[in-house]
Design a protein around this ligand. Structure first.
Ligand SMILES: [Zn+2]
Length: 350
């Protein structure tokens, strides 16, 4: 008699735990929603978009080496999203933390086509030459499509609109539809020296899904940002800003960040990469900002600048590869899920 209630209790507790853990495991994949996975590649970029019709689009592939760590994290995100191939892989530029993971990724999951800005323009840098060479080998197999994108192009991804803003140092000419307003932050826009690296060549895109607008400019630098945003704001306002250059102080000028005035910013920094205090301050003062989310605690930012723990996927300590997931809905509402806390924050449509 004494045993029965305790085993019954254990059963009930077990069932409750299973129910709760499945409810918290990940946001239910919602019909009609776009899912965006911010994969932790330790201060590089890998952002996976999956549309309601399971069309998929990956921006960048993380680092080479580490026994395929970044490619494996991307494949894990793809599995969670219910896809078994990636239709398009966009390479913003040819630095190691963006293109480096291509050979390991293509060894693990089928890819339809690559999209990039053309050729490596930083041939004086050995590390860049090396990953560029490895990427060229992958393209030379002839197994993949290859698109070189120009500003103003609409990419062939179905189920969301991907407009090219910047590519190989060139920028869109006329403002995007509905944009072209003045930008109050141009008055005090600093004059930035021209960046000579691959960063300034970044293939940047504006992604629209119903009413929602999301901006990713890769590692585009200050000098290019100011040309996009001054004297008029060619981009208009956005809902979600994927923080340029992992929050490096070479990018993320007030003219850009305050001009696009995002509701939410998501920073793909590492513990010791990006997350530089000056660019953080700009985000923190951005006029419409509701939250900044970080893939990592930034050691350089310290207690003064890192956001509250619940908005950080990987806090200080051993890395666990936790991710952030955005669920975007056509009515303009969205939600951000932190895979570490298993909590989701909702942002109602405006
Ligand atoms: Zn980078």
């Amino acid at each position: 008699m004494g045993q029965f209630p305790s085993s019954l209790l254990r059963l009930v507790v077990g069932l409750v735990v299973i129910l709760l853990s499945s409810a918290w495991a990940a946001p239910r994949l919602q019909r009609n929603a776009l899912q965006v996975y911010f994969v932790d590649v330790e201060g590089g970029q890998a952002t996976l978009f999956v549309t309601p019709a399971y069309q998929s689009f990956l921006i960048d592939t993380g680092w080479p080496g580490y026994e395929g760590r970044d490619a494996e994290r991307i494949v894990a995100a793809a599995k969670r999203a219910g896809i078994s191939q990636i239709d398009y892989v966009l390479i913003t530029h040819f630095h190691r933390d963006h293109v480096g993971g291509v050979p390991q990724l293509t060894a693990r999951i089928p890819v339809g086509a690559f999209i990039d800005h053309g050729v490596n323009r930083e041939t004086t840098d050995a590390a860049t030459n090396e990953v560029w060479g490895a990427y060229q080998k992958v393209l030379a197999t002839g197994k993949f499509g290859h698109i070189v994108a120009k500003p103003g192009d609409t990419l062939p991804v179905r189920g969301m609109k991907v407009t090219v803003i910047s590519s190989d140092g060139d920028l869109i000419g006329p403002p995007l539809p509905g944009a072209g307003q003045g930008n109050a932050r141009c008055k005090d826009a600093e004059q930035y020296p021209a960046d000579k690296t691959e960063n300034a060549r970044s293939l940047g895109t504006l992604i629209s899904f119903g009413k929602l607008r999301l901006l990713d400019l890769g590692d585009l630098t200050h000098d290019q940002e100011v040309k996009l945003m001054c004297p008029v704001n060619k981009l208009g306002k956005v809902d979600i800003y994927i923080v340029s250059h992992h929050g490096s102080s070479q990018s993320g000028s007030p003219a850009l960040v305050h001009g696009i005035a995002p509701r939410v910013a998501i920073m793909d920094n590492g513990a010791r990469k990006g997350g530089n205090p000056p660019s953080w301050e700009v985000i923190a003062k951005s006029p419409n900002l509701e939250d900044l989310w970080q893939l990592h605690y930034s050691e350089e930012g310290g207690g003064a600048r890192n956001v509250a723990d619940e908005f950080i996927a990987n806090p200080n300590g051993p890395d666990a590869g936790n991710y952030l997931q955005l669920t975007a809905r056509p009515d303009g509402s969205f939600a951000v899920f932190n895979s570490r806390t298993k909590r989701t924050k909702e942002y109602p449509a405006r």
